[in-house]
Design a protein around this ligand. Structure first.
Ligand SMILES: *Cc1c(COP(=O)(O)O)cnc(C)c1O
Length: 417
């Protein structure tokens, strides 16, 4: 499987970079919470002839000829996504999660309208109103954060919403380890007469499997990526129910509002991913992700390492490094040297800069795909402790040895040539 021999003959430089990436994925423990490993079936669809096809428009209503197979595959993706999430409307064309959010804002708002989103520092996403993003540039932004214990405080959000009078409230996060109550968010939105957008980019796999409350019945619109816990190709999607009649507006916001031709090879891969997520095995996978995350956070805390909020309900956790006197940046670099890939992350109320940070974010979605289980989480916790607490060269070498033992026991790609 995964033969790159033709590519290697035609373009050795690109082939060498791909080989390097394959080796890196094989030899490291992937703990970036937003990453995962797609199946060979998803990868095949991604590398298919659909990349050649222009299919501007939607199934049955295209601007180009020859779209009969593009229609089949986009309809498959849509039907499966609707079944998977229990929604009546879906748009599978957003190139990524950020485009999905921008399209919803473009469809529902006018420049200068107010949006209320979680602040970046508390775990929100750039596309929820950050000044560096189009959402922060075109809209007036109000923010909510988390309370001292690290939890979303719904009473506080209602207070902020009553003052800011947003037209759109956005919930969903990139670094929030606890459950999100979409019903409460909808009650807040109704009180101030705002739309509610639920962005489940990180947790959509858990939602699809029934391991996290679904926002579909509560949010006016729901967006997601397809490449995080959902384990599909890099991409985005937008969902809604019929009783919220924004469908046509959102379709138009994606095309022709924001994008040109859809990435049909990615849409084919999304169809495969939804098909995989509909299988009973996916429910087991999602529960295993959470079991692994809870085992890892428990084992870290047993070793005196502070896990923000004291644990996790989902696939990720925030390790608060401040008591250890090591920065997020330093921990990220040192863990990478030991073969563990993760990212530095601000801890809410962190005073250090965004390029340094006082914490790291760890996720278990990719490790779980690789086959690691709760017993392995103890080994990983020990390796992390050796690197970020003990911090000697011997400790790091020992951690590297433990990581290599795991990566060899759970091979990721065995037949890449
Ligand atoms: C990852 C993420 C996105 C979008 O990601 P892309 O990189 O644009 O695909 C949007 N919202 C949240 C909450 C995310 O975590």
């Amino acid at each position: 499987m995964y033969s790159y021999s033709k590519l290697a003959a035609a373009d050795p430089e690109v082939a060498a970079a791909i080989k390097g990436e394959v080796d890196r994925e094989n030899s490291h423990l992937e703990m970036i919470a937003s990453e995962n490993f797609v199946s060979e079936a998803v990868m095949s669809a991604l590398g298919s002839q659909f990349t050649n096809k222009y299919a501007e428009g939607y199934p049955g209503d295209r601007y180009y000829g020859g779209c009969q197979y593009a229609d089949i595959v986009e309809n498959l993706a849509r039907d499966r996504a609707k079944e998977l999430f229990g929604c009546e409307y879906v748009n599978v064309q957003p190139h990524a999660g950020s485009q999905a959010n921008t399209a919803v804002q473009f469809a529902l708002l006018k420049p200068g309208d107010t949006i209320l989103g979680m602040s970046l520092d508390a775990g929100g996403h750039l596309s929820h109103g950050c000044v560096a993003n189009i959402s922060g540039r075109y809209f007036n932004v109000a923010n909510y954060g988390v309370n001292e214990d690290g939890y979303i405080d719904y009473d506080e959000i209602l207070k902020i919403a009553k003052e800011a009078r947003p037209k759109l409230i956005i919930c969903g996060a990139s670094a929030y380890p606890r459950k999100i109550d979409f019903k409460k968010f909808r009650e807040i939105a109704d009180e101030v007469d705002a739309f509610l957008l639920a962005d489940i980019a990180h947790i959509s796999g858990l939602v699809a499997a029934g391991c996290h409350m679904s926002p579909i019945p509560y949010a006016h619109v729901t967006t997601s990526t397809t490449h995080k816990t959902l384990r599909g190709p890099r991409g985005g999607m937008i969902m809604s129910t019929n009783d919220f009649a924004v469908d046509h507006k959102i379709d138009k916001a994606i095309f022709p509002g924001l994008q040109g031709g859809p990435l049909m090879h990615v849409i084919a891969a999304k169809a495969v991913c939804y098909g995989e997520a509909l299988k009973p095995e996916f429910k087991v996978y999602a529960q295993n992700i959470i079991d692994n995350a809870q085992a890892l956070s428990g084992n870290l805390m047993d070793r005196g390492i502070k896990v923000f909020t004291g644990g996790t309900d989902n696939h990720l956790m925030l390790v608060d490094l401040r008591p250890l006197g090591i920065s997020g940046k330093e921990a990220e670099d040192k863990l990478d040297e030991a073969g563990i890939t993760c990212n530095k992350n601000a801890i809410p109320n962190d005073t250090s800069s965004r390029s340094v940070t006082g914490g790291i974010r760890l996720g278990t979605a990719a490790l779980t795909t690789r086959g690691l289980g709760t017993a392995d989480m103890e080994t990983i916790a020990e390796a992390i402790k050796l690197v970020i607490v003990d911090r000697t060269t011997e400790a790091k070498n020992e951690a590297k040895r433990m990581v290599t033992e795991l990566t060899e026991r759970y091979p990721l790609y065995e037949n890449v040539e």
